[in-house]
Design a protein around this ligand. Structure first.
Ligand code: KG4
Ligand code: ZN
Length: 334
């Protein structure tokens, strides 16, 4: 199977409308992301219907802008890759239908991409010369998972969250603290000025032998604490809560790397932008001889470059393409 020269990547699984143009496997020519965060901020979270309509409104313009930025036309695109799950059904259907329409109209192959696998391809874009095996830690608003990447295309789910994702917990605690959605980056900033030992919040499942996560109880602990101490210092709460999240993620990730006899950890997803998580994992990883990779933030938060890279790989290396009957799968797992 030959590599399509240009892949058009489309991502609309949640509240980012994103389009990318990739040449070959890793040569990124355009990477546009329109965030709907402001649209949803007044509701305190993503409203699926509103998200679907906003994707529908913005996507065609982003595709045209991405083609212009890459200096190519529709005729140069050889493959269309769009996220088909997991995510919100309405938003997924917008990107998927639009992508299929382009592929159908131009008579070129189409491929559906698993958003979770896509996140792992942030590493391939950032470090094309580094190859698996590695342990992947995927931490985002919708997902928290440890994935052993034996090779690209060959994954083993090692652990996942039994309730809220790490980013979801950050966003919910942010709401308790009066921070607009999404709250992760603001909590990161507030925590830098706070005392992480001010409040001893629980470290859920940290001492358990498995690799699953649980963050819902931690969020509830913060709520109880704030009910009891309405005048608590916001910086200290942010720092103490974040210390608990980071402690759990770092402990589990390092244990998973060792259990699977690996020496590399790749952290992806929006929460990988967190400065405290980055600092702790670099330090703890170095102390244990584990090489820790964080892709640049633009590849960590939702984007279509990772979707294009994943689609291009599956098409060129694995010979895959999707039938036009492919539909969205909101609960797709890796
Ligand atoms: O990967 P992403 O853009 O979307 C999903 O697939 O969910 O991740 C979004 C999540 C949100 O929960 C947001 O609060 C969090 O990433 N986030 C952060 C930071 N920047 C974004 N969390 C912690 N620290 C940050 N600096
Ligand atoms: Zn994501």
């Amino acid at each position: 199977m030959t590599t399509s020269l240009y892949t058009l990547g489309i991502e609309t699984s949640c509240d980012e409308t994103a389009v990318a143009i990739l040449r070959g496997d890793t040569d990124l020519r355009a990477n546009l992301v329109y965030s709907q965060a402001k649209v949803h901020a007044r509701y305190g979270g993503v409203v699926p219907e509103v998200a679907s309509r906003d994707h529908l409104r913005k996507l065609p313009y982003l595709v045209h802008a991405a083609l212009a930025e890459a200096g190519i036309g529709f005729a140069d695109v050889g493959l269309v890759a769009a996220t088909y799950g997991p995510g919100l059904i309405g938003p997924l259907l917008v990107g998927l239908s639009y992508g299929k329409g382009i592929a159908f109209g131009r008579d070129i192959p189409f491929i559906g991409v698993n958003h979770l696998e896509g996140h792992l391809f942030a590493h391939r874009l950032a470090h094309p010369d580094d190859s698996p095996p590695f342990m992947g830690l995927l931490v985002s608003g919708g997902h928290t998972a440890l994935v052993a990447v034996h090779d690209y295309g060959d994954y083993q789910l090692v652990g996942t969250t039994v309730d809220d994702a790490a980013g979801e917990a950050l966003d919910k605690v942010g709401k308790l603290l009066g921070i607009d959605y999404p709250a992760g980056a603001e909590i990161d900033r507030l925590a830098a000025e706070g005392n992480p030992r001010a409040v001893e919040f629980p470290r859920p499942l940290m001492a358990s032998p498995g690799f699953d996560f649980s963050f819902a109880g931690l969020k509830t602990s913060v709520r109880y604490y704030l009910n009891k101490h309405p005048d608590a210092n916001v910086n200290d709460i942010a720092a103490s809560f974040l210390a608990s999240v980071v402690d759990v993620l770092v402990t589990k990730a390092i244990a998973a790397v060792r259990r699977h006899h690996l020496n590399k950890l790749v952290v992806v997803g929006g929460v990988a932008a967190n400065q405290h998580l980055r600092a702790r994992l670099h330090a703890d990883g170095a102390a244990r001889g584990i090489k820790v990779f964080f892709p640049p933030i633009k590849f960590c938060t939702d984007n279509a470059a990772m979707i294009a890279a994943c689609g291009a790989f599956r098409h060129s290396a694995l010979g895959e393409s999707a039938p036009f009957s492919l539909t969205a799968v909101p609960t797709l797992s890796i």
